[in-house]
Design a protein around this ligand. Sequence first.
Ligand code: FES
Length: 122
Amino acid sequence: MYTEKVMDHFENPRNVGEIPDADGVGLVGNPTCGDIMKIYLKVDNDVITDIKFKTFGCGAAIATSSMVTEMAKGKTINEALRLSNQAVAEALDGLPPQKMHCSNLAADALHAAIENYRDKQK
Ligand code: FES
């Protein structure tokens, strides 16, 4: 039911943890399943230089969090904002239809962290 890539990111998640002096933090939750995802960013010169996540959720939520952090690292803020849940799911070679909302959570947490970073710049 899950692709090899999903299983790999679930079993060996990348960029797990927190960044104590993060430049932006995004927290989102899914009201239906109760899963929660938090993403921390370090930004230098408009580029995401470090990113970490903590996810209290299902296997697909952990795999999509891991993948979204890999995809966002090294990208500019604008490039990272364009990362969609669809792109995250595709990078994992797909998710079962009933698990697509898990990738929404990952993209939303990234976007929330970027918004938080932008608010702090004002
Ligand atoms: Fe809720 Fe996966 S079941 S994020």
